[in-house]
Design a protein around this ligand. Sequence first.
Ligand code: ADP
Ligand code: ASP
Ligand code: MG
Length: 241
Amino acid sequence: MKIVMKFGGTSVADIEKIKNVANIIAKQSKTADVAVVVSAMGKTTNALTALAHQITDKPNLRELDALLSTGENTSVALLALALNSIGVPAKSFNAMQLGIITNDNFGDAEIMHINTWGIPYEVIPVITGFQGITEHGDITTLGREGSDTSAVAIAAALCADYCDIYTDVDGVYTADPNVVKDAKKLDFISYDDMLKMANNGAKVLHPHSVSTAQKYNIPIRVRGTFTPNDLGTLVAASKQR
Ligand code: ADP
Ligand code: ASP
Ligand code: MG
């Protein structure tokens, strides 16, 4: 069994949370081969954007991507350190080190190719979400919330059995559970219905991650970082659990 595990910003917002994530990965790695994809800590990307806007209202998009991508460099290194400190061999990788090749559409780049030969088997790879690199060596980002898409694309490149998207809710609900009190959690949702929900603004999965999963037939499980024993919501072509 091969699983790509993705952790969003709220899941790695501080060191205690990063240690919690390391424990979830350590447990999963006993029963599956895992690769990990991480977002920037908490609201780091917003803070970086605000810094650029203190200089100019219209930042150069190449430089903005060079800036915004740095948030993910911090979180992968800290998570690899946290894994190593509990005896789990892990190594951090950014998009440049791995070769996550995108087009040059800065701020909304599309992944063209991932050099899977750069992904090690003997240690757990902890990979930056959101980042890419053009064939000319420029750093790109996939657009806000783009780490979901990074994770699914890496799962497709590795032919993983599941892409587990760990977040701050324990699955996909009929409506945003932080807004609608009687929203119901779903055990299963089809790619088509999830895509509609994502396009209507359900933040839980980035629309492009859902269309990428559908294209490569990668089952996504949306799971809670703070309820890791629950299998969450399966997003797939059919209910196959
Ligand atoms: P992450 O930092 O892990 O990427 P996000 O904030 O992007 O997390 O996505 C999780 C949030 O999505 C939840 O906290 C929830 O408020 C919101 N959300 C919106 N619609 C839904 C839905 N239908 N089901 C679950 N969560 C939803
Ligand atoms: N860090 C980026 C953002 O905040 C990407 C992501 O979290 O998916 O948008
Ligand atoms: Mg998100």
